[in-house]
Each structure stands twice: as structure tokens, then as C-alpha cells.
Design a protein around this ligand. Structure first.
Ligand SMILES: NC(=O)c1ccc[n+]([C@@H]2O[C@H](COP(=O)([O-])OP(=O)(O)OC[C@H]3O[C@@H](n4cnc5c(N)ncnc54)[C@H](O)[C@@H]3O)[C@@H](O)[C@H]2O)c1
Ligand SMILES: C[N+](C)(C)CCCC=O
Length: 518
């Protein structure tokens, strides 16, 4: 097996389409009947007697497929498969692992459109964004393939010719648990560093978006990973809890809300398992009067309206220096009103549907509460019904800009996770820094200014894991991403993430005699 893996060519002709069973789709035309669980190299049905949950297509509100949540038996089968695969994979060299991962990246590239389309159908985001998410997943796998062969330890000289060395070793079976806003990308951001380090993974997507993680499992299988190296079990919190508490699991990497992250940490603590937690945010974006206004407006839109505003790192508290508030607001509102909402599979659409009916209702209720608290709706914040009859049951709303906001309003304090921007005036740098940091969360923050000294001074004081100067919401995979404070623990992407998916073994080597005290 090892020889076969090692001899894979670096590049193959375009891979055959994946088994999602559909191509060239349109909204409302897709029904998924293939099983969505995957372990030991194959798609699998869930437990015979499970109660199935309907999964919806956000663009239309139609049922897309049925989710078969895994119970203890299936979780155990997936973990067993991962254990077996770990035995092979962890013994391969970094170069051998890299070859297979690069092959997986090529298969993603060849199937970019199909994966993006399925992401749209299941998540509701625009096809333009979904393609970028697929690219980010591929780049992440390529990046960690590149790092796989660089894993190395240290050599330390000790007295008398003795020495010690360190080995960077994999952890074992890692569990990945994902949120619904970037289903394919999250699966890749977790599996790529895990696999590069020699681990295997059991991944549980959100029950709202179960479709594309299993496509990634197929891709890894086609690329030639050992059977069981990357497995997908579907389900909600019960399945997730079973994974976190499984005695053979070495680590849990979670993306989701703060309350769930706290539960995961608690469960993992019972087995003293390390966790990576990528949690929520309520990030500030600071726009100073010396900013390039055109870029500041673009940045504010990028900070709020990607993925229908359902982005953890969104800069939803937009602090604008008073002097430029009128022109900033005028421009932001004009451009927000021009965002084309509608069928997420159309090239011209810039904002698709929110992920579910309950989530849409929740976001709209935040807008209602903001109004009651005295905020002014400068635009949007209404349910939106597209003219195309097939989209009438979809979960759309108009992107919203709230003015007249104050720091104590719920819309300014709580993560809304929808297309709602709160604009707040400020006067001085000290004041805005104090207000920007006045939150228990610390995922991201941004500053727009032409003053280079101010920019670096401000980011030095911002209590956030990812800070942007004169841009927002870009996440190159070479760069670590993660939160301060209650926004999380650990990082994804970048070289540092190798440390979160591996452990250090120290080996002492005695070259002389044992100097015994006894
Ligand atoms: N920091 C990041 O990188 C990042 C990225 C995306 C989303 N998020 C955050 O995710 C949230 C939205 O996603 P969501 O609604 O899917 O979050 P969620 O916390 O409701 O669910 C996330 C995942 O956890 C699972 N889960 C729920 N209860 C569990 C339990 N007790 N044990 C194990 N697993 C359990 C869910 O089934 C799902 O797969 C937002 O707060 C957002 O900010 C963070
Ligand atoms: C929008 N980004 C930049 C891809 C960030 C995704 C991670 C969080 O939801």
C-alpha cells in the first residue's frame, strides 16, 4: 500500500466527476438521495431505525435531502476506521503524505464547479462566493501538503557527548465539528493540517449543511488516502457529543458558537484532550477621517455582507469618525441598496438566501429589537421575496444598515450572524479603542486610515486575533486565523497550526555511563 501511495504521479488528467449525482443544476432542481455518511472508504447509510431530519435548500425552501444522524454504533465504526488508517498514514513520510494531498487538491480543482454548486444548493450563498470557498479549501490542502515534509524536531547537545532530540508526532484520531456557514471550507481547514501531520479525522458537519463534507471525503479517497483516513458522520449535538467523548479520540477541533464551544471544551477536558475552538465574534471596524473613503466603504461591505452576513469574523460594529459620518453613510447605504439579492446560482447575484427559516426569523427579530431600542434603519432589514416563483419559499432578506446606534444596544452587543451592519460615531482614537475592546469576544478587528503610525498603534491595542489594516475579511491560508478572549483557542491556517495537530516527543540519548545516585 505504501509503495502505491508513494508512486502516485504529481498530476493526473482531470478527475471523473464526483458521485453527488447531479451536474449543471438550477435552484429547485436538486434532490439528493445518495447516503451522506462516509467511513472506511465508502458512503454509508445511517442507523436503520434513526429518525431522519429534513435538510432544506435555502434558495427555495424545498426539502433537499434527509439527514440520517449517526448513533454510538456508527460513530464507533467511523472511529475504528480512522484508527486503522492512522496506522498506515502516520508511518508514511511527509513527502508521501504530501503527494496524496496534492492529488486531492487537483481533484478539487477539476471539480470546482460541482462542489461550489452543491455548496450553494445546501447553504444558500452566491455561486461567486462558493467558488472562492472551494478555492480556499484547495489552497489550504496544497499549503499543508507543502508543510508535511517540513515537520522536524531539534537536536540538543548535552554534556559528555550525550544529546537529546525532539520528534514532532501526530496526535492520532482528530475529530472535526463544523458550522454551517462554510461547510466545505471548514472541513478542509481542519482536515488539511490534521492529515499533513499524520493524523486521521472523523468530521461531523452541521446537520443544516451535510452535503459537501462527504464530497471532500470522496476526494481524499480518490486521491489515494488509506481507507478510513477522513470519515464523515452526520448528526447534531448527540452525534457531536459521542465523538467528543469517544475514548479513542485524541483531539477535537470545533467551529461554531460560543455556548457549544464551552460544552465541547468541558467534554474534552474529561479526557484531557486538546481542543481548537473557532467561535463567534462581534468585531469592530474603525474608520478614521483620513481613510481612503472608497476603500473604507468597500471594506465595510466586505466586513458585513459576505455569505449573507453569516461570517464569524464580520466587522459588524462599524465605528466611523464623526467628521466623515454623513458621506460614509450615504455611500454605504447606496451600495448596500445596490446589492443584487436572489437566486444564488445566478452569476449576477451577490447575496443569496440565509441558511434556514428559523435563522432568517432570528436575524429579522434583531432588526426589530434594534428599532425598538432607538436605532434607525438606514436601509434593508426586511424579508425579501424574489420575483421568480420557484424562489418564493426561500429565506431572503434585504441587507441592513442601522444608524443612530449606541454601544448598549443588543444589535451592537450580540452576534447577529446576518446581513446587519451597525454604524456608530466616534471622536478620538483613545475613545474608539476603549469602545472597540469592550466585548467578551475578540475574533477580528479592522482599521482604515492613511496614517501608517496610527494603523499599527491601533492594531497593537485591539484585543482581537485577526486584525486588518485597510482591508477586511481576507483569509489567505498561509496566515493564522483565530480568536482572542471568548472567540476561541488555537489557530487555523498558517505554520503555527502544525503545533495544534501534533505533539512533541523528547528523546534523551546517553553516550556514557549512568551516573546513579544509588
Ligand atoms: N471562528 C470561526 O472560525 C467560526 C467560523 C464559522 C462559524 N463560527 C461561529 O459559529 C456559529 C454559527 O454556527 P452554528 O450555528 O452551526 O453553531 P453551533 O454551535 O450551533 O453548531 C456548530 C456545530 O456543533 C455541533 N454541536 C452542537 N451541539 C453540540 C454538542 N453538545 N456537542 C458536540 N457538537 C455539537 C452542531 O451540530 C454543529 O455541527 C456562530 O457563532 C459563528 O460565529 C465561527
Ligand atoms: C469569510 N472568510 C474570510 C472566508 C472567513 C471564514 C471563516 C469564518 O466564518
Amino acid at each position: 500500500m505504501l509503495r502505491r501511495l508513494a508512486s502516485l504521479p504529481l498530476r493526473r488528467p482531470a478527475a471523473a466527476p464526483l458521485a453527488a449525482g447531479v451536474r449543471c443544476i438550477s435552484s429547485g432542481s436538486v434532490e439528493i438521495t445518495v447516503p451522506l455518511n462516509f467511513w472506511a472508504g465508502k458512503r454509508r447509510t445511517g442507523p436503520e431505525k434513526c429518525s431522519k431530519d429534513s435538510v432544506y435548500e435555502p434558495a427555495t425552501g424545498r426539502v433537499l435531502c434527509q439527514l440520517e444522524p449517526c448513533g454510538a454504533v456508527e460513530v464507533d465504526q467511523a472511529v475504528k476506521a480512522a484508527k486503522l488508517a492512522f496506522g498506515y498514514w502516520s508511518k508514511m513520510s511527509g513527502m508521501e503524505r504530501a503527494r496524496v494531498m496534492i492529488e486531492a487538491a487537483h481533484i478539487i480543482e477539476s471539480n470546482r464547479e460541482e462542489i461550489a454548486e452543491m455548496e450553494v444548493v445546501n447553504n444558500g450563498k452566491s455561486i461567486t462566493e462558493a467558488r472562492l470557498d472551494v478555492d480556499s479549501a484547495r489552497l489550504c490542502i496544497e499549503y499543508y501538503a507543502g508543510l508535511a515534509s517540513t515537520l522536524a524536531g531539534q537536536h540538543v547537545q548535552l554534556p559528555g557527548g550525550s544529546f537529546a532530540y525532539t520528534r514532532r508526532e501526530p496526535l492520532g484520531i482528530c475529530v472535526g465539528i463544523g458550522a454551517w456557514n462554510y461547510p466545505f471550507q471548514i472541513a478542509a481547514w481542519k482536515s488539511a493540517p490534521a492529515l499533513a501531520c499524520g493524523n486521521s479525522m472523523v468530521f461531523k458537519p452541521s446537520p443544516v449543511t451535510p452535503v459537501t463534507a462527504v464530497m471532500l471525503a470522496e476526494i481524499y479517497a480518490k486521491a489515494g488516502v488509506p481507507e478510513g483516513l477522513f470519515n464523515v458522520v452526520q448528526g447534531g449535538q448527540e452525534t457531536g457529543s459521542l465523538l467528543c467523548q469517544h475514548p479513542d479520540v485524541a483531539k477535537v477541533s470545533f467551529t461554531g458558537s460560543v455556548p457549544t464551544g464551552q460544552k465541547i471544551m468541558e467534554m474534552a477536558s474529561k479526557g484531557v484532550k486538546p481542543v481548537t475552538l473557532e467561535l463567534g465574534g462581534k468585531s469592530p471596524l474603525l474608520i478614521f477621517k483620513d481613510s481612503d473613503l472608497e476603500n473604507a466603504v468597500r471594506g465595510a461591505l466586505m466586513a458585513n455582507f459576505l455569505s449573507q452576513g453569516q461570517v464569524c469574523s464580520n466587522g459588524t460594529r462599524v465605528f466611523v469618525q464623526k467628521d466623515i459620518m454623513p458621506e460614509f453613510v450615504k455611500e454605504v447605504v447606496k451600495r448596500t441598496q445596490a446589492i443584487e439579492i436572489g437566486d444564488p446560482l445566478l452569476e449576477s447575484t451577490r447575496m443569496g438566501a440565509l441558511v434556514s427559516r428559523p435563522h432568517l426569523d432570528k436575524v429579522l427579530s434583531f432588526v426589530d429589537r434594534a428599532k425598538k431600542e432607538g436605532a434607525t434603519v438606514l436601509c434593508g432589514g426586511e424579508p425579501y421575496v424574489p420575483s421568480d416563483p420557484k424562489l418564493r419559499g426561500g429565506y431572503y432578506m434585504t441587507p441592513c444598515v442601522l444608524g443612530n446606534c449606541t454601544d448598549d444596544m443588543i444589535c451592537v452587543k450580540e452576534e447577529i450572524f446576518g446581513p446587519v451592519m451597525s454604524v456608530l460615531p466616534f471622536e478620538t482614537e483613545d475613545e474608539v479603542l476603549q469602545r472597540a475592546n469592550d466585548t467578551s469576544l475578540g475574533l477580528a478587528a479592522g482599521v482604515f486610515t492613511r496614517d501608517v503610525r496610527r494603523a499599527h498603534r491601533v492594531v497593537e491595542h485591539l484585543k482581537a486575533g485577526s486584525c486588518f489594516i485597510n482591508n477586511y475579511n481576507i483569509t489567505p491560508v498561509e496566515v493564522p486565523f483565530g480568536g482572542f478572549k471568548m472567540s476561541g483557542i488555537g489557530r487555523e491556517n498558517g505554520q503555527v497550526t502544525i503545533e495544534f495537530y501534533s505533539q512533541l516527543k523528547t528523546v534523551f540519548v546517553e553516550m556514557g555511563d549512568v551516573d546513579s545516585l544509588f
